[in-house]
Design a protein around this ligand. Structure first.
Ligand SMILES: Nc1ncnc2c1ncn2[C@@H]1O[C@H](COP(=O)(O)OP(=O)(O)O)[C@@H](O)[C@H]1O
Ligand SMILES: [Mg+2]
Length: 405
C-alpha cells in the first residue's frame, strides 16, 4: 500500500507576494500537487480571491514572516523589493529561491551593473551618486545626456529621470529628493540609443542545469510594458548572443529559479557587445517570473511559471520551444482601458471577432487605475506585424465606450 502518495520532493512552497505573478506560479505548483502558501500585505491581493493560504501581513512583520517560513519547505518571491534584512535572518533555515544574494543584487541597480562589469556582461557606462549636490557634480563630469535612477525601489519607470541640460539636472535633483531625504543611492546611466528592447528568461535548477527561453521583443508605452513579441525580430546570431548573455548572468548569480534579463539592442558602434550590425546591452535583471514572460503560457512548450514550479519541486526541466511558426504576441490590459470604457467589464463579447486571440487572463484586481496591470492576452499571427496589429485591434474592440455611458 502507498501510504501517502507524493509526486514531488518538495511539497510545501511559500511565495512572497500574492499579485498576478505569484498567483500564476501557485497555479503551476498546484498542478504538481504541491501545497502553496502566499504572503502579501495587501488584503485585496489577487491571490486572496482564489487561494486559501494567504497571509496578510506587512513585509516588516518579523513574527508573521517567521511563521510563514516555518510552515513551508522552500520560499520564493514574485517581487524583488521585499525587505532583505528580515529575509536574511529567516532564509538560512530553508532554501530561498532563486537565492539571497540574487535578491540583494537585483534590488540594487548599482550592484547589478557592478556584477555585469565583474563578469564581462555588456552594459551602459554608469556612475554612482548619493545626494543632490553629488548628482549635479558627478552628472556634469559624467556628461549629458544621461538617465538617473534610484538604485533601489523603482519600477515601471518610477524613480528615474532623463537629464539633458542644466535645467533638467536641477529638476531631477529636486524630484529624486522631493521626500526630504538627504541621501539616496543613485545610478547615472548613459542613454543607450536602442532600436529594440528585449528580454530573455533563464530557468536554472539546483544542479546548475539551465534552459534558456527564446528572446522576446518588448515595447513599452510610458515606461509600462505594452506588448511582447516572440520570436524577437533579430538575426539568429544576435538572438543567440542575447541568450548567451542571459545564461552567463544566471550562472554568475548562481540562480536557482528564474532570471529575466532585460536587454537593449542598438546599432553596432554604440558600445555593448557587438554582433554583426547590432550591439547588445544588459539593462536590468528580474529574479522571478516576468511580465514579458506571460507570453510563454501560450507560445512555448514550457511556461515560465511551470519552469519555476518544477525547479521548486526539484523536478526536471524541458526545453522551452515555440509551439508554432509565425509570431506570438502578449498585450497587457491596463486599468486605463476600463477607465476609458467607463464600465466594470470590457467588451469581451468582441472576442468572437478575434480568433487570433488565443488566451485572455484577468488578474481579479478589485480596482482599475491608470497604468495598473489588470490582465493580458496572447494572440498568434502568421507574421510579426500582423501580431502587433492584433494587439491594438483587440484592445480597441475590448475598450469600446460602454453603450450606457
Ligand atoms: N540607460 C538607458 N538608456 C536608454 N533607455 C533606458 C535606459 N535605462 C532605462 N531606459 C528606459 O526606461 C525603461 C525603464 O527602465 P528600467 O531600468 O528597466 O526600470 P524599471 O525598473 O522601471 O523597469 C526601460 O525599459 C527603457 O525604455
Ligand atoms: Mg525594466
Amino acid at each position: 500500500m502507498i501510504a501517502r502518495p507524493s509526486s514531488s520532493v518538495t511539497a510545501r512552497v511559500g511565495i512572497l507576494g500574492g499579485g498576478q505573478l505569484g498567483m500564476m506560479l501557485a497555479g503551476s505548483l498546484y498542478k504538481l500537487g504541491a501545497d502553496v502558501a502566499l504572503y502579501d500585505p495587501d488584503p485585496h491581493a489577487p491571490a486572496r480571491r482564489r487561494y486559501a493560504h494567504v497571509t496578510t501581513a506587512a513585509w516588516t512583520d518579523r513574527a508573521a514572516l517567521a511563521r510563514f517560513f516555518s510552515e513551508v519547505d522552500v520560499v520564493t518571491y514574485e517581487f524583488e523589493n521585499v525587505d532583505a534584512t528580515v529575509i536574511t535572518e529567516l532564509a538560512g533555515s530553508i532554501p530561498f529561491r532563486p537565492g539571497l544574494s540574487v535578491l540583494t543584487t537585483t534590488q540594487d541597480r548599482l550592484a547589478e551593473k557592478r556584477l555585469c562589469r565583474a563578469h564581462g556582461l555588456p552594459h551602459a557606462r554608469f556612475e554612482a551618486a548619493s545626494c543632490a549636490d553629488e548628482l549635479r557634480e558627478v552628472g556634469r563630469a559624467f556628461g549629458l545626456p544621461f538617465i538617473v535612477k534610484t538604485a533601489r525601489g523603482g519600477y515601471d519607470g518610477k524613480g528615474q529621470a532623463r537629464v539633458v541640460d542644466e535645467a533638467s539636472l536641477d529638476r531631477a535633483a529636486a524630484q529624486l529628493f522631493a521626500d526630504g531625504a538627504a541621501r539616496r543611492s543613485l545610478i547615472l546611466e548613459e542613454i543607450v540609443p536602442f532600436t529594440m528592447e528585449a528580454s530573455c528568461i533563464v530557468a536554472r535548477d539546483a544542479a546548475g542545469r539551465a534552459e534558456v527561453f527564446p528572446v522576446f521583443e518588448n515595447h513599452h508605452e510610458r515606461h509600462v510594458l505594452d506588448w511582447t513579441l516572440v520570436p524577437a525580430r533579430l538575426p539568429p546570431a544576435v538572438a543567440d548572443a542575447a541568450r548567451e548573455i542571459a545564461l552567463d548572468a544566471a550562472r554568475a548569480m548562481d540562480v536557482v529559479g528564474l532570471l529575466t534579463t532585460e536587454l537593449f539592442v542598438a546599432q553596432a558602434g554604440a558600445g555593448g557587445r557587438t554582433v554583426g550590425e547590432h550591439a547588445i546591452f544588459v539593462n536590468e535583471f528580474a529574479p522571478r517570473p516576468h511580465n514579458s514572460g506571460h507570453v510563454t503560457r501560450t507560445a512555448t512548450t514550457l511556461s515560465q511559471f511551470d519552469a519555476l514550479a518544477r525547479i521548486l519541486c526539484e523536478l526536471p526541466l524541458s526545453s522551452p520551444r515555440l509551439l508554432n511558426d509565425g509570431a506570438f504576441v502578449m498585450g497587457n490590459l491596463l486599468g486605463d482601458l476600463w477607465l476609458e470604457r467607463g464600465a466594470p467589464h470590457l467588451a469581451f463579447e468582441e472576442w468572437a471577432r478575434h480568433p487570433e486571440v488565443l488566451d485572455v487572463v484577468l488578474y481579479g484586481k478589485h480596482e482599475a487605475r491608470p497604468g495598473r496591470k489588470m490582465g493580458h492576452f496572447v494572440a498568434h499571427a502568421p507574421d510579426p506585424s500582423q501580431a502587433i496589429d492584433a494587439v491594438a485591434a483587440f484592445r480597441r474592440a475590448l475598450g469600446q465606450a460602454h453603450p450606457a455611458g
